[in-house]
Design a binder for this molecule. Structure first.
Ligand code: MG
Ligand code: ZN
Length: 222
């Protein structure tokens, strides 16, 4: 294949994804399902954060989760501990989720029976930014153990996300995390972005996050 041909194929894949994502978004809205997706690099605590969030919300909402991973169903098993229906999408060699995978996974779920759906993307800060999944809210996470400059290194994902979450706040001191510098790098890439600071371990910051999320549900999305 020539270089031009490759670029064309890639553009068509993205176009197809956008069309599907748009259809998904309409389906979610019609069924009154609030959909949030979560993206971060591997090991930044997405699954722990989601498990905590699901556990807090499951008594009030009909909630489910989709988890994308290159291999293994470990994260789905962990999320299932929150006692909500969870489905794993094993992507194999594909390092991100696509709208088609989300659509395929929904086949035996009745969207009308759901209030919210959480989608945990594959741990990757690069290409998930190009793939709309039909979500209403995209959350980007970075952990205190990763350093402060993730937003500067991966500006596109921060630009396509709606809010940011700094995880593992309980480790901030031990790893000499510079919170001010982290906020500065987020704001440099995405001025006025809302940022939450949480620890899934201690529960610090979870109330604020849950308050924000539930206000989104009430905002007519559910
Ligand atoms: Mg995970
Ligand atoms: Zn990818």
């Amino acid at each position: 294949m020539t270089q031009t041909r490759l670029v064309e194929v890639r553009q068509n894949v993205l176009k197809h994804n956008d069309v599907l994502a748009r259809e998904l978004r309409i389906r979610f809205q019609k069924a009154g399902v609030f959909v949030a997706s979560f993206v971060s690099s591997p090991g930044s605590g997405k699954t722990a954060f989601l498990e905590k969030t699901l556990t807090k919300l499951r008594s009030q909402y009909r909630i489910t989760a989709l988890v994308g991973d290159l291999a293994t169903a470990n994260d789905a098993a962990r999320l299932a501990r929150a006692e909500v229906p969870v489905k794993q999408i094993v992507t194999g060699t594909i390092c991100h989720l696509e709208a088609q995978m989300v659509s395929d996974s929904l086949q035996d779920w009745d969207l009308n029976e759901l209030d919210c759906l959480f989608i945990e993307n594959v741990g990757n800060l690069v290409c998930p930014s190009s793939y709309d999944l039909g979500e209403a809210l995209r959350v980007v996470l970075m952990s205190t153990t990763e350093g402060e400059d993730k937003p500067l290194k991966y500006p596109t994902i921060f630009n396509t996300a709606d809010v940011a979450v700094i995880t593992k706040m309980d480790l901030a001191e031990a790893v000499e995390f510079d919170l001010k510098a982290a906020h500065a790098s987020i704001q440099a890439v995405r001025p006025a972005m809302q940022v939450f600071e949480v620890s899934s371990k201690t529960g610090e910051g979870m109330d604020k996050w849950l308050e924000f999320l539930q206000a989104k549900f009430v905002d007519g999305q559910v």
